[in-house]
Design a binder for this molecule. Structure first.
Ligand SMILES: Nc1ncnc2c1ncn2[C@@H]1O[C@H](COP(=O)(O)OP(=O)(O)OP(=O)(O)O)[C@@H](O)[C@H]1O
Length: 316
Protein backbone atom coordinates (compact mmCIF):
# COMPACT_ATOMS: atom_id res chain seq x y z
CA UNK A 1 0.00 0.00 0.00
CA UNK A 2 1.49 3.35 -1.09
CA UNK A 3 1.83 6.28 1.32
CA UNK A 4 1.68 9.85 -0.05
CA UNK A 5 2.55 12.64 2.34
CA UNK A 6 1.40 15.87 0.68
CA UNK A 7 2.67 19.23 1.95
CA UNK A 8 2.02 18.71 5.65
CA UNK A 9 2.77 21.43 8.17
CA UNK A 10 2.43 20.91 11.92
CA UNK A 11 2.63 23.74 14.43
CA UNK A 12 3.02 23.27 18.18
CA UNK A 13 2.06 26.76 19.34
CA UNK A 14 4.39 29.02 17.42
CA UNK A 15 6.88 26.22 16.75
CA UNK A 16 6.87 24.65 13.29
CA UNK A 17 7.62 20.94 13.81
CA UNK A 18 6.87 20.01 10.16
CA UNK A 19 7.36 22.51 7.37
CA UNK A 20 5.46 21.71 4.14
CA UNK A 21 6.75 18.13 4.17
CA UNK A 22 6.09 15.87 1.16
CA UNK A 23 7.27 12.37 0.27
CA UNK A 24 5.99 9.07 -1.11
CA UNK A 25 6.64 5.50 -0.04
CA UNK A 26 5.92 2.69 -2.47
CA UNK A 27 4.31 -0.63 -1.59
CA UNK A 28 6.88 -3.08 -0.29
CA UNK A 29 9.52 -0.43 0.43
CA UNK A 30 11.36 -0.17 3.76
CA UNK A 31 11.95 3.54 4.25
CA UNK A 32 14.41 4.76 6.87
CA UNK A 33 13.49 8.07 8.39
CA UNK A 34 16.63 9.71 9.73
CA UNK A 35 17.17 12.95 11.55
CA UNK A 36 18.72 14.51 14.64
CA UNK A 37 16.74 15.01 17.88
CA UNK A 38 13.74 17.25 17.34
CA UNK A 39 13.88 16.96 13.52
CA UNK A 40 10.21 15.95 13.26
CA UNK A 41 10.39 12.16 12.81
CA UNK A 42 7.93 11.25 15.57
CA UNK A 43 5.59 14.08 14.57
CA UNK A 44 5.50 12.76 10.98
CA UNK A 45 4.80 9.23 12.18
CA UNK A 46 2.04 10.45 14.49
CA UNK A 47 0.48 12.34 11.56
CA UNK A 48 0.56 9.21 9.34
CA UNK A 49 -1.00 7.11 12.11
CA UNK A 50 -3.70 9.78 12.78
CA UNK A 51 -2.52 10.43 16.37
CA UNK A 52 -2.18 14.11 15.51
CA UNK A 53 -3.79 16.24 12.81
CA UNK A 54 -1.53 18.40 10.67
CA UNK A 55 -2.41 22.09 10.41
CA UNK A 56 -2.03 21.92 6.64
CA UNK A 57 -1.74 19.22 3.99
CA UNK A 58 -2.95 15.64 3.74
CA UNK A 59 -1.63 12.10 3.86
CA UNK A 60 -3.02 9.33 1.66
CA UNK A 61 -2.68 5.63 2.42
CA UNK A 62 -3.73 3.54 -0.56
CA UNK A 63 -5.72 6.59 -1.68
CA UNK A 64 -7.55 7.07 1.68
CA UNK A 65 -7.05 10.43 3.37
CA UNK A 66 -6.07 10.86 7.04
CA UNK A 67 -8.27 13.96 7.09
CA UNK A 68 -11.36 12.42 5.49
CA UNK A 69 -11.22 8.72 6.49
CA UNK A 70 -8.97 8.34 9.56
CA UNK A 71 -10.64 5.06 10.63
CA UNK A 72 -9.94 3.42 7.28
CA UNK A 73 -6.35 4.65 7.38
CA UNK A 74 -5.83 3.41 10.96
CA UNK A 75 -7.15 -0.05 10.12
CA UNK A 76 -4.32 -0.44 7.58
CA UNK A 77 -1.54 0.66 9.93
CA UNK A 78 0.50 -1.16 12.54
CA UNK A 79 2.31 1.26 14.85
CA UNK A 80 5.18 0.69 17.23
CA UNK A 81 5.47 4.02 19.08
CA UNK A 82 8.68 5.40 20.57
CA UNK A 83 9.46 3.75 23.95
CA UNK A 84 7.05 0.88 23.13
CA UNK A 85 4.38 1.38 25.80
CA UNK A 86 3.10 -2.00 27.06
CA UNK A 87 0.96 -3.29 29.93
CA UNK A 88 3.69 -4.88 32.03
CA UNK A 89 1.31 -6.83 34.28
CA UNK A 90 -0.34 -8.66 31.41
CA UNK A 91 0.84 -12.04 30.13
CA UNK A 92 1.95 -11.87 26.49
CA UNK A 93 -0.89 -14.02 25.17
CA UNK A 94 -3.58 -12.02 27.02
CA UNK A 95 -2.07 -8.75 25.87
CA UNK A 96 -1.99 -9.79 22.20
CA UNK A 97 -5.57 -11.09 22.48
CA UNK A 98 -6.63 -7.76 24.00
CA UNK A 99 -4.91 -5.74 21.24
CA UNK A 100 -6.45 -8.05 18.62
CA UNK A 101 -9.91 -7.23 20.01
CA UNK A 102 -9.13 -3.49 20.05
CA UNK A 103 -7.94 -3.67 16.45
CA UNK A 104 -11.18 -5.31 15.37
CA UNK A 105 -9.86 -8.80 14.59
CA UNK A 106 -12.90 -11.11 14.61
CA UNK A 107 -13.28 -13.30 17.73
CA UNK A 108 -12.96 -16.45 15.65
CA UNK A 109 -9.64 -15.32 14.18
CA UNK A 110 -7.96 -13.95 17.30
CA UNK A 111 -6.43 -17.25 18.60
CA UNK A 112 -4.90 -18.09 15.22
CA UNK A 113 -3.64 -14.49 14.74
CA UNK A 114 -2.05 -14.48 18.21
CA UNK A 115 -0.41 -17.84 17.48
CA UNK A 116 0.89 -16.53 14.15
CA UNK A 117 2.35 -13.36 15.74
CA UNK A 118 4.04 -15.41 18.48
CA UNK A 119 5.64 -17.52 15.78
CA UNK A 120 6.63 -14.64 13.42
CA UNK A 121 8.08 -12.53 16.22
CA UNK A 122 9.96 -15.42 17.86
CA UNK A 123 8.06 -15.26 21.15
CA UNK A 124 7.32 -18.96 21.56
CA UNK A 125 9.85 -19.70 24.31
CA UNK A 126 8.62 -16.78 26.46
CA UNK A 127 4.94 -16.74 25.57
CA UNK A 128 3.61 -17.67 29.05
CA UNK A 129 5.49 -14.88 30.82
CA UNK A 130 4.13 -11.53 31.89
CA UNK A 131 5.46 -8.66 29.74
CA UNK A 132 7.17 -7.14 32.81
CA UNK A 133 9.27 -10.31 33.14
CA UNK A 134 10.69 -10.03 29.62
CA UNK A 135 14.04 -8.64 28.49
CA UNK A 136 13.99 -5.42 26.42
CA UNK A 137 14.55 -7.37 23.19
CA UNK A 138 11.55 -9.59 23.89
CA UNK A 139 9.42 -6.59 24.88
CA UNK A 140 10.30 -5.09 21.51
CA UNK A 141 9.15 -8.33 19.85
CA UNK A 142 5.85 -8.00 21.72
CA UNK A 143 5.64 -4.40 20.44
CA UNK A 144 6.10 -5.66 16.89
CA UNK A 145 3.57 -8.46 17.44
CA UNK A 146 0.93 -5.99 18.68
CA UNK A 147 1.62 -3.74 15.67
CA UNK A 148 1.10 -6.68 13.31
CA UNK A 149 -1.84 -8.44 14.99
CA UNK A 150 -4.50 -7.11 12.59
CA UNK A 151 -2.30 -7.88 9.56
CA UNK A 152 -1.91 -4.24 8.47
CA UNK A 153 -0.37 -3.39 5.10
CA UNK A 154 1.69 -0.54 6.51
CA UNK A 155 4.02 -0.71 9.48
CA UNK A 156 5.29 2.43 11.24
CA UNK A 157 8.16 1.83 13.66
CA UNK A 158 9.46 4.71 15.79
CA UNK A 159 13.05 3.98 16.83
CA UNK A 160 12.44 0.22 17.09
CA UNK A 161 15.87 -0.76 18.43
CA UNK A 162 16.39 1.95 21.08
CA UNK A 163 17.77 0.50 24.30
CA UNK A 164 18.54 -2.94 22.91
CA UNK A 165 21.90 -4.69 23.20
CA UNK A 166 23.88 -5.41 20.00
CA UNK A 167 22.59 -9.00 19.68
CA UNK A 168 18.99 -7.93 20.19
CA UNK A 169 19.47 -5.13 17.63
CA UNK A 170 20.63 -7.63 15.00
CA UNK A 171 17.67 -9.91 15.74
CA UNK A 172 15.07 -7.14 15.59
CA UNK A 173 16.59 -5.72 12.37
CA UNK A 174 16.42 -9.17 10.77
CA UNK A 175 12.81 -9.50 11.89
CA UNK A 176 11.90 -6.10 10.41
CA UNK A 177 13.58 -7.02 7.11
CA UNK A 178 11.63 -10.25 6.99
CA UNK A 179 8.32 -8.50 7.76
CA UNK A 180 9.22 -5.78 5.24
CA UNK A 181 9.13 -8.29 2.39
CA UNK A 182 5.34 -8.16 2.51
CA UNK A 183 4.54 -4.76 4.06
CA UNK A 184 5.30 -1.10 3.45
CA UNK A 185 7.51 -0.07 6.36
CA UNK A 186 8.63 3.32 7.68
CA UNK A 187 11.24 3.12 10.38
CA UNK A 188 12.68 6.11 12.22
CA UNK A 189 16.10 6.21 13.75
CA UNK A 190 19.01 8.44 14.47
CA UNK A 191 21.33 5.47 14.14
CA UNK A 192 22.81 5.55 10.66
CA UNK A 193 24.03 1.96 10.71
CA UNK A 194 20.45 0.94 11.44
CA UNK A 195 18.97 2.42 8.30
CA UNK A 196 21.90 1.24 6.19
CA UNK A 197 21.40 -2.30 7.45
CA UNK A 198 17.62 -2.40 7.20
CA UNK A 199 16.26 0.06 4.65
CA UNK A 200 15.95 0.24 0.86
CA UNK A 201 15.68 4.00 0.91
CA UNK A 202 16.58 6.82 3.29
CA UNK A 203 14.92 10.15 3.96
CA UNK A 204 16.90 12.60 6.04
CA UNK A 205 14.78 15.19 7.82
CA UNK A 206 16.02 18.28 9.58
CA UNK A 207 13.98 21.07 11.18
CA UNK A 208 10.77 19.67 9.72
CA UNK A 209 12.04 19.55 6.12
CA UNK A 210 13.42 16.78 3.90
CA UNK A 211 17.11 17.42 3.21
CA UNK A 212 17.96 14.17 1.40
CA UNK A 213 16.14 11.32 -0.30
CA UNK A 214 17.67 8.23 -1.91
CA UNK A 215 19.26 4.85 -1.36
CA UNK A 216 22.14 4.87 1.15
CA UNK A 217 24.46 4.17 -1.79
CA UNK A 218 23.11 6.97 -4.01
CA UNK A 219 23.24 9.50 -1.15
CA UNK A 220 26.87 8.65 -0.53
CA UNK A 221 27.67 9.08 -4.23
CA UNK A 222 25.78 12.38 -4.54
CA UNK A 223 27.49 13.81 -1.50
CA UNK A 224 30.89 12.66 -2.66
CA UNK A 225 31.58 15.71 -4.82
CA UNK A 226 35.35 15.61 -5.11
CA UNK A 227 37.47 12.51 -5.55
CA UNK A 228 39.54 11.68 -2.49
CA UNK A 229 42.25 9.03 -2.83
CA UNK A 230 44.22 7.21 -0.19
CA UNK A 231 47.75 6.93 -1.64
CA UNK A 232 50.56 4.79 -0.21
CA UNK A 233 54.16 5.26 -1.38
CA UNK A 234 56.95 3.26 0.18
CA UNK A 235 59.62 6.01 0.25
CA UNK A 236 61.11 7.43 3.47
CA UNK A 237 61.29 11.12 2.39
CA UNK A 238 57.71 12.27 3.05
CA UNK A 239 58.27 15.84 1.92
CA UNK A 240 59.53 14.64 -1.46
CA UNK A 241 56.37 12.57 -2.03
CA UNK A 242 54.18 15.40 -0.72
CA UNK A 243 55.73 17.86 -3.19
CA UNK A 244 55.48 15.46 -6.14
CA UNK A 245 51.81 14.69 -5.44
CA UNK A 246 51.00 18.40 -4.97
CA UNK A 247 52.50 19.22 -8.37
CA UNK A 248 50.09 16.93 -10.26
CA UNK A 249 47.73 19.30 -12.07
CA UNK A 250 44.53 17.42 -11.16
CA UNK A 251 45.41 17.50 -7.45
CA UNK A 252 44.01 20.22 -5.19
CA UNK A 253 45.08 19.17 -1.66
CA UNK A 254 47.51 16.61 -0.26
CA UNK A 255 47.43 15.66 3.43
CA UNK A 256 49.56 13.35 5.54
CA UNK A 257 47.71 10.49 7.18
CA UNK A 258 48.40 10.46 10.90
CA UNK A 259 50.08 7.39 12.43
CA UNK A 260 51.19 6.08 9.06
CA UNK A 261 54.30 7.54 7.43
CA UNK A 262 53.60 5.83 4.12
CA UNK A 263 50.09 7.16 3.48
CA UNK A 264 48.68 10.40 2.01
CA UNK A 265 45.18 11.61 1.32
CA UNK A 266 44.87 13.31 -2.06
CA UNK A 267 41.86 15.45 -2.95
CA UNK A 268 41.31 16.23 -6.64
CA UNK A 269 39.83 19.37 -8.18
CA UNK A 270 36.05 19.15 -8.74
CA UNK A 271 35.22 16.80 -11.63
CA UNK A 272 38.84 15.57 -11.96
CA UNK A 273 40.51 12.29 -11.14
CA UNK A 274 44.16 12.10 -10.12
CA UNK A 275 44.47 8.30 -10.01
CA UNK A 276 46.05 7.80 -13.43
CA UNK A 277 48.51 10.67 -13.03
CA UNK A 278 49.59 9.40 -9.59
CA UNK A 279 50.08 5.88 -10.95
CA UNK A 280 52.15 7.14 -13.93
CA UNK A 281 54.23 9.46 -11.76
CA UNK A 282 55.16 6.64 -9.36
CA UNK A 283 55.97 4.30 -12.28
CA UNK A 284 58.19 6.95 -13.93
CA UNK A 285 60.06 7.66 -10.71
CA UNK A 286 60.38 3.97 -9.86
CA UNK A 287 58.43 4.48 -6.59
CA UNK A 288 56.63 1.51 -5.14
CA UNK A 289 52.91 2.36 -4.93
CA UNK A 290 51.45 0.39 -2.01
CA UNK A 291 47.92 1.80 -2.14
CA UNK A 292 45.66 3.81 -4.46
CA UNK A 293 42.08 3.61 -3.25
CA UNK A 294 39.11 5.99 -3.27
CA UNK A 295 37.99 7.20 0.17
CA UNK A 296 34.22 6.77 0.34
CA UNK A 297 32.16 9.12 2.41
CA UNK A 298 29.94 7.13 4.69
CA UNK A 299 26.34 7.91 5.47
CA UNK A 300 27.43 9.45 8.75
CA UNK A 301 29.38 12.16 6.88
CA UNK A 302 26.38 12.79 4.61
CA UNK A 303 24.05 13.01 7.62
CA UNK A 304 26.33 15.40 9.51
CA UNK A 305 26.83 17.61 6.47
CA UNK A 306 23.13 17.84 5.72
CA UNK A 307 21.83 18.35 9.22
CA UNK A 308 24.42 20.93 10.23
CA UNK A 309 24.08 23.19 7.22
CA UNK A 310 20.99 23.99 5.20
CA UNK A 311 21.95 21.87 2.23
CA UNK A 312 19.71 19.45 0.45
CA UNK A 313 20.19 16.66 -2.06
CA UNK A 314 17.92 14.28 -3.87
CA UNK A 315 19.39 11.09 -5.21
CA UNK A 316 16.31 9.75 -6.93
N1 LIG B 1 3.42 17.78 22.03
C1 LIG B 1 4.32 18.68 21.70
N2 LIG B 1 4.23 19.95 22.13
C2 LIG B 1 5.10 20.90 21.79
N3 LIG B 1 6.17 20.66 20.98
C3 LIG B 1 6.33 19.43 20.51
C4 LIG B 1 5.42 18.36 20.85
N4 LIG B 1 5.84 17.24 20.24
C5 LIG B 1 6.96 17.57 19.55
N5 LIG B 1 7.26 18.88 19.71
C6 LIG B 1 8.39 19.61 19.11
O1 LIG B 1 8.37 19.38 17.70
C7 LIG B 1 9.70 19.20 17.21
C8 LIG B 1 9.78 17.86 16.49
O2 LIG B 1 9.68 16.83 17.49
P1 LIG B 1 9.69 15.29 17.15
O3 LIG B 1 9.38 14.56 18.41
O4 LIG B 1 8.82 15.05 15.98
O5 LIG B 1 11.20 15.07 16.70
P2 LIG B 1 12.01 13.72 16.48
O6 LIG B 1 12.73 13.90 15.17
O7 LIG B 1 11.14 12.55 16.62
O8 LIG B 1 13.07 13.78 17.66
P3 LIG B 1 13.75 12.61 18.56
O9 LIG B 1 14.74 11.93 17.68
O10 LIG B 1 14.43 13.41 19.65
O11 LIG B 1 12.66 11.72 19.06
C9 LIG B 1 10.62 19.30 18.41
O12 LIG B 1 11.16 20.59 18.44
C10 LIG B 1 9.71 19.06 19.61
O13 LIG B 1 10.15 19.75 20.74
Amino acid sequence: MDICVNNITKMYGSQKALDDLSFKVKTGEILGFLGPNGAGKTTTMKAITCYITPNKGDILLGGESVNKSPDKVKSNIGYLPENNPLYLDMPIMDYLTFIGELQGVSKAHIPSQVKKMVQICGLDAEKHKKIGELSKGYRQRVGLAQALIHDPEVLILDEPTTGLDPNQIIEIRALIKEIGKEKTVILSSHILAEVEATCDRVLIINKGKIVADGTPESLRKKAQGKEILRVGVNIKDRNKIYKALSEIKEVEVVSFVEDNDELYEVESHIGKSSAEAIFKMCANKGWYLTQLTPVEKNLEDVFRELTQENKSISAN
